[in-house]
Design a protein around this ligand. Structure first.
Ligand code: NAP
Length: 454
C-alpha cells in the first residue's frame, strides 16, 4: 500500500483490485471518503449509518465497509496548510483504493480573491477571522475541487440515474414515467478551464490570434474568451461506457445529446463520433434511428439497443413531455450539467438525486447538490442524494443485496411520510424529522416497504 503522511490506512481493510476491466472487491474493502463542507458532515453521518446498517443486515458480518478518511476543502485546510484544498494524498488514495465517496465542497464563483470555507463568504482581502461567521478558515480563491478531482483522476463520466421514488413530492403529473440514466462527459468542453480574462495581455493575444491570424469575427474587442475542446477520444470513451451500461442493464436506447446545429466541430462532432463508436464496436447489439426507419420500417428488433440523437434544447422539452421515450443519455459536459439538474428537479429535486464520477478502474460517488451553507450544523437537510450515491457505490462493487436494502428502507421511510424539511413542506400530513433521524428511520425500515422498482 502507498505511504501517506497525514492519512491513516486502516489496518483491518483490504484494497479493491482491478483486472481485465473489472473490479475485484474483498469482503473488507477500504473506502476513502470525505464528508465535505457546509452540510456535508450532516449528510455524511446519516449516509454512513445507512450504508453500514444495510451491509450488516445483508451479509450478517461477513462483509464490512472499512472507511478511510481523506481530506478536501475545509478539512484539507485544517490538516495540511491554509492554501491547500485538494492535497495530492487525497488523489493518491482515491486512485489506490479505486472506490470512494464524497460530500459537497464549497466552490468559489466570481472574481473576488478569498473565500471562507465555513460560511462560503466571498472576500476581497484575507482578514484573520471571517467578518460573517468569525471562522479563521479563509483561503485564496481556487478552481473547483470537484472539477479538479474529476480531471486529475480522469473520472471521465459523470453518471446520474434519475428516477422517481413513490411518494416524493415533485412538480410533474406522471413522475413514474421518468427512469433515465445520464452519462455526462466530465473532463473537457468549457470545463477544461481554458479561459482568458478580459483586459489581460493573454486575452488580447488570443483575440489578435483569432481575429487577425485565423480570420474569425469576435463582435467586441472587450470580450473575455473561453475555449471549448471536445475530442474524439473523450467522446468515444464516454459513449462506449453509456452503451455498455445500456447492454448490461437491458436498457432500450442510448440518446446522444448535442448542440451540433450551432457548434459543428465540437457538439456536432460529439454526435458523429458517438454514432461511429456505436457502429464500430457494438454493431451486433445496436440499431441506429436512421437504420430503424430506412431499413427496418420502424420495427425495432428484439433485444437491440436503439442509438438516436437529439439537439440539447429539444431534449429539455422531450424530458418534460415524453420522458418514457428516453432511457440512457450521453452528453457533453455543459449540456449534461444543465440536463442532470433539470431532470432530477422533475422527480423531486437535488436532495434525492445521486451521482458518480467514473473512470477506468476508479470511481468517486457524490451528492449532486452543493454545501447548502445556510443549513450548516443544523442537522436539517435531506441526506437522500448522498445515500443514493452510496447505493450506486454498493451496486458498482457488486453488493446488490445491501443496495436493495437501502432503497427499500428509503422508500418505506418516504411512504411513512417521515421526511426532512424539504419534502415535509410539500407533503400534506408529513412529519418533519432531522437529517440524522431520517438516516435512522431508513435503517429501521430496511426490509419493510414495497419491492424495489427495476
Ligand atoms: P446548494 O448548496 O445545492 O443549495 C441550494 C439550495 O438547494 C439550498 O438552499 C436548499 O434549498 C437546496 N438543497 C441543497 N441541498 C439540499 C439537501 N441536501 N436537502 C434539501 N435541500 C437542499 O447550492 P448553492 O447554494 O448554489 O451552493 C453552495 C456551495 O456549494 C457553493 O460554494 C457551490 O459552488 C457549491 N456546490 C458544490 C457542489 C459539489 O460539491 N458537488 C455542487 C454544487 C454546488 P432551500 O433553501 O430552498 O431549502
Amino acid at each position: 500500500m502507498g505511504q501517506y503522511k497525514r492519512l491513516k490506512v486502516p489496518a483491518n481493510g483490504a484494497k479493491i483490485g482491478w483486472k481485465d476491466g473489472k473490479l475485484s472487491v474483498p469482503d473488507n474493502p477500504i473506502i476513502p471518503f470525505f464528508a465535505g463542507d457546509g452540510t456535508g458532515p450532516d449528510i455524511w453521518n446519516a449516509t454512513r449509518l445507512v450504508l453500514e446498517g444495510a451491509v450488516e443486515k445483508a451479509y450478517e458480518g461477513k462483509k464490512k465497509l472499512v472507511w478511510m478518511e481523506v481530506y478536501a476543502g475545509l478539512t484539507a485546510l485544517k490538516n495540511y496548510d491554509k492554501d491547500t484544498v485538494l492535497p495530492q494524498e487525497t488523489l493518491d488514495a482515491f486512485k489506490e483504493f479505486r472506490v470512494g465517496i464524497k460530500g459537497p465542497l464549497t466552490t468559489p464563483a466570481g472574481q473576488f480573491k478569498f473565500v471562507c470555507l465555513v460560511c462560503a463568504a466571498e472576500l476581497n482581502d484575507r482578514p484573520a477571522k471571517c467578518p460573517k461567521c468569525s471562522s479563521e478558515w479563509i483561503t485564496p480563491r481556487f478552481r473547483s475541487v470537484n472539477v479538479g478531482l474529476r480531471q486529475k483522476l480522469d473520472l471521465y463520466a459523470c453518471v446520474r440515474p434519475v428516477r422517481w421514488f413513490t411518494g416524493v413530492p415533485c412538480p410533474v403529473k406522471a413522475p413514474e414515467k421518468f427512469n433515465i440514466v445520464i452519462f455526462r462527459e466530465n473532463t473537457e468542453d468549457i470545463y477544461a478551464g481554458i479561459e482568458f480574462q478580459q483586459g489581460t495581455p493573454e486575452c488580447r493575444e488570443v483575440y489578435e490570434f483569432l481575429t487577425k491570424k485565423m480570420g474569425k469575427k469576435i463582435p467586441f474587442p472587450d470580450s473575455g474568451i473561453g475555449i471549448k475542446p471536445i475530442s474524439k477520444t473523450g467522446t468515444q470513451r464516454l459513449v462506449r461506457m453509456a452503451i455498455k451500461y445500456a447492454i448490461a442493464h437491458k436498457r432500450p436506447s442510448v440518446t446522444i445529446v448535442h448542440k451540433g446545429n450551432i457548434q459543428k466541430f465540437t457538439e456536432g462532432a460529439f454526435r458523429d463520433w458517438g454514432y461511429e463508436v456505436a457502429k464500430a464496436e457494438f454493431r451486433d447489439q445496436i440499431v441506429t434511428e436512421a437504420e430503424l426507419w430506412d431499413d427496418l420500417g420502424g420495427k425495432m428488433p428484439a433485444g437491440k439497443i436503439l442509438i438516436k440523437d437529439r439537439i440539447a434544447d429539444q431534449t429539455f422539452q422531450q424530458l418534460l413531455l415524453r420522458p418514457d421515450e428516453y432511457s440512457v443519455l450521453a452528453t457533453p459536459n455543459l449540456n449534461g450539467d444543465y440536463l442532470s439538474d433539470a431532470a432530477v428537479a422533475q422527480v423531486g429535486g437535488l436532495g434525492i438525486g445521486p451521482g458518480a464520477n467514473i473512470g477506468d478502474g476508479v470511481a468517486v460517488f457524490e451528492a449532486t447538490h452543493g454545501t447548502a451553507p445556510k443549513y450548516t450544523n443544523k442537522d436539517q437537510v435531506n441526506p437522500g442524494s448522498l445515500i443514493l450515491s452510496g447505493v450506486m457505490m454498493l451496486e458498482h462493487m457488486g453488493w446488490q443485496e445491501a443496495a436493495d436494502l437501502v432503497v427499500k428502507g428509503l422508500e418505506a421511510t418516504i411512504q411513512a411520510k417521515t421526511v426532512t424539511y424539504d419534502f415535509e413542506r410539500q407533503m400534506p400530513g408529513a412529519k418533519k424529522i432531522k437529517c440524522s433521524e431520517f438516516g435512522a428511520e431508513i435503517v429501521k425500515n430496511m426490509g419493510a416497504g414495497k419491492p424495489v422498482a427495476a
